[in-house]
Design a protein around this ligand. Sequence first.
Ligand SMILES: [Zn+2]
Length: 227
Amino acid sequence: MARILAIGPHPDDLEIGMGGTISALLAQGHEVTMCDLTNGEPTPRGTPERRAEEAAQAARILGVGWRVTLGLPNRELADTVDSRKVVAEVIREVRPEVLFIPYWVDAHPDHVAACALAEAARFYAKLTKTEMRGEPTYPRRVFHFLCTHYRLHVKPTFLFDVSDTFERKLEAVAAYTSQFTDDRGELWILDALRAENRYWGSLIRRPYAEPFIAREELGLRNLDVIL
Ligand SMILES: [Zn+2]
């Protein structure tokens, strides 16, 4: 069993990028904490209260017991020393072995900043002789999920099979009615996610998968985990 911390820029990014994986990891007995760096507001149809309710509902659907939404500035998120300390304190509290953070290429500046900030915070989390709360810790692995505003075809390091949890992921994403309802009252994003995750799944001959990228190489100890 591993302790896992998944960090996203805004409430909804984690669900889009890795909602199926979060649900699958929980079912496999891992501990997963979600952390949103900002409350995601303002947006055209959202309010801070409504977005918070949607985020809580999505976490309930995925089965996540602990979701932290930090008050870092939406639309102006930056990798600053002060913000690193805020995020590092969360890492020191959760003490994860594995960290999931956004991919580093994105049209949305908050997403680019979130990646840089989370990577820096991971390093800060191990610092000694600091006024930061908690004891030093260093997550062993960092994996990047895709929630990018570019239409990219990134070569993943691995594809996580989410065939058993994909419908739950869609349900969690559908909690964000303030974000994804079009003029006809339809949740446009669900079709898009079905197509994307089905495509990634087809590459491993499974119904659905979510892609992840690692800057470092992955090692195997046996062949049992390969699909
Ligand atoms: Zn976002």
